[in-house]
Ligand binder design. Structure first.
Ligand SMILES: Cc1cc2nc3c(=O)[nH]c(=O)nc-3n(C[C@H](O)[C@H](O)[C@H](O)COP(=O)(O)O)c2cc1C
Length: 143
């Protein structure tokens, strides 16, 4: 399955770590979002969209990229995110993917280090277990 993994990772590289683990496990192409144009998704069977969370949503550049895309005609997609909480904040983004007629076949979320002011929250995340979970997720998805 020809797979492309895109990520927007702005603060601590947390989401990039997850993207790279998934890429190593699956042999997928891994690209940062700023290097991607909408037409670069053409020809892939599966596209993964990864982001950190800012204000209970994915990063605006990820939303902007998908908003500017033409109809995807059932192209398969999955979503992954890292954030300070255990919650999933990608619901709005997944609705946008569905509006663009991506077929969303999976989602993965794990904790990521956050350093608001002088605090440190979720230190060490994503950790080895998080990355093992990410590898297992994509293995199962592709099988
Ligand atoms: C300005 C800002 C806002 C954030 N808002 C949230 C939030 O609403 N919920 C949450 O769980 N984490 C929030 N976080 C934590 C990040 O989502 C977390 O650190 C994430 O792993 C960063 O990913 P990155 O290193 O790939 O950019 C926020 C972080 C920053 C810097």
């Amino acid at each position: 399955m020809k797979t492309l993994i895109l990520y927007s990772s702005k603060h601590h590289g947390n989401t990039e770590k997850v993207a790279r683990a998934m890429g190593e496990e699956s042999g997928a192409a891994v690209r940062k979002l700023s290097d991607i144009r909408p037409e670069d998704l053409d020809g892939f069977d599966l596209v993964g969209f990864g982001s950190g969370i800012n204000g209970f949503d994915v990063y605006p550049d990820l939303t902007a990229l998908v908003s500017g895309m033409p109809d995807r005609k059932g192209q398969k997609a999955f979503v992954f995110s890292t954030c300070a909480s255990n919650k999933d904040f990608t619901g709005k983004f997944r609705t946008l993917l569905a509006e663009k007629r991506f077929d969303v076949v999976g989602e993965f979320h794990c904790k990521g280090l956050w350093t608001p002011l002088f605090f440190k929250i979720r230190t060490g995340h994503p950790d080895e277990q998080d990355l093992m979970n990410a590898r297992a997720f994509i293995r199962n998805l592709i099988q």
